[in-house]
Write a protein that binds this ligand. Structure first.
Ligand code: PLP
Length: 396
């Protein structure tokens, strides 16, 4: 049965049920869901939210950022959160919003780029590795999308990007932490191309935005991807991925405040009249407040320690994979995202066997993707490697 097929038609009862009865039924129904604590979730870019963020989130559920004149203090906290994220990404003067996730952030970025460019039937250039939210955005915004092949290091090919630019191009998109392999495109070179052609450059750091800023201090090679590059116009960075925040919490940051004017609308019916520059109207303030609180509580040191743990475990996973006959990593991981390939065994068979053993992993056309998130422990990696070894032995 597909997860979306309802088991039976559910009708609202004529007479309400006691809360305990409803809770019991919910507990039974929700048993089939995976839990992060089981360690079996190796396919998700989300994780168990930090307990402090959950506490704050629950406390401020009624806050509505869609009506900032009713909730001016929450709106101010949202802007402080944007400023903190901007500082992390080398621009404390960044503007933007805390939105529902990477998809909304990427749609907002292309919406802004399209309106700023004022071009009819505009075009956008993205790597083939870009998240499918750009397909959605292009469809919604009536933009023609040109997909650029990757180089031998699985990064967006810069020469091909240059060649794809036309008089209708409204934006180039680079990815800092690709969905499939966690690869970072050559954003520095893309920034040069964008500036030479006076183009908007959006960086999708939905995943990498909470990982890459800590590379230098952790002794990994620092990679240029943020506002320190002069032509980066906007960045997606998602607190609900490596930022340990409750879902939904995405971030869209602009180099400066004037950019989002291109999509902002007056909403006269709101008390006090307000401008809106997000896709959603009514939107929870609880998650923005929770992100603010968590960033204050963990500080850079807290996030850095999380990244260190995940990268350390990723290293162990890679070593383990390389010791198993018949499989290897697709490429040396840049961050805590690992692609597993096999030259000897059908990857679908390996994936099926892993799923039979309860592992939730992602299957890409040529590899299995594993993400080592904060909920993953050394014991989970050990068990996963043991299962992989057994599966490969049985299949060969
Ligand atoms: N960008 C990247 C690089 C992603 O990997 C994802 C999701 O995995 C997204 C954007 C979309 O984020 P969300 O699922 O929060 O909308």
């Amino acid at each position: 049965m597909s997860p979306k097929t309802p088991q039976k038609t559910t009708r609202m009862p004529e007479k309400g049920l006691p809360q305990n009865t409803v809770i019991k039924e919910l507990e039974t129904k929700l048993q089939r869901d995976f839990s992060y604590d089981s360690g079996k979730i190796l396919c998700s870019m989300c994780t168990n939210p930090h307990s402090f963020a959950k506490q704050i989130y629950r406390k401020y559920l009624e806050k509505n950022l869609g009506d900032p004149s009713l909730f001016p203090a929450s709106a101010e906290l949202e802007q402080e959160t944007v400023t903190m994220l901007g500082s992390l990404l080398s621009n404390p003067h960044a503007s933007g919003s805390i939105v529902s996730g990477g998809t909304e952030a990427n749609i907002i970025a292309l919406w802004t780029a399209r309106n700023l460019a004022k071009k009819k039937r505009g075009e956008v250039i993205v790597p083939v590795s870009a998240h499918h939210s750009f397909d959605k955005a292009s469809d919604l915004l009536n933009l023609k999308m040109t997909k650029i092949q990757l180089n031998s290091r699985f990064q967006m090919d810069v020469k091909a990007t240059e060649k794809a630019i036309t008089s209708k191009t409204v934006a180039i998109v680079g990815v800092a932490g690709s969905t499939g392999l966690g690869v970072v495109d050559p954003i520095g070179e893309l920034s040069d191309v964008a500036s030479a052609n006076n183009l908007y450059l959006h960086v999708d750091a939905a995943f990498g935005g909470f990982v890459l800023p800590f590379f230098k201090e952790l002794g990994y090679k620092a990679l240029d991807f943020d506002f320190s590059l002069p032509s980066v116009s906007s960045i997606t960075v998602d607190p609900h991925k490596m930022g340990l925040a409750p879902i939904p919490a995405g971030g869209i940051l602009f180099r400066d405040g004037s950019m989002s004017e291109a999509i902002s609308m007056e909403v006269p019916y709101l008390s006090g009249g307000s401008k809106e520059s997000t896709l959603l109207g009514t939107r929870s303030g609880a998650f923005a407040v929770a992100v603010w609180a968590l960033m204050m509580h963990l500080g850079k040191a807290g996030y850095s320690a999380t990244v260190k743990r995940c990268l350390g475990l990723t290293g162990k996973l890679v070593k383990g994979i390389q010791l198993i006959d018949g499989i290897d990593v697709v490429t040396e991981p840049t961050m805590n995202v690992v692609g597993i390939k096999s030259d000897t065994t059908d990857i679908h068979l390996i994936s099926n066997e892993l799923k039979k053993r309860g592992w939730a992993i992602s299957l890409f056309p040529e590899y299995i993707r594993v993400i080592v998130m904060p909920h993953t422990k050394a014991s989970h990696i050990k068990l996963f490697l043991k299962d992989l070894q057994t599966i490969l032995e049985n299949l060969n």
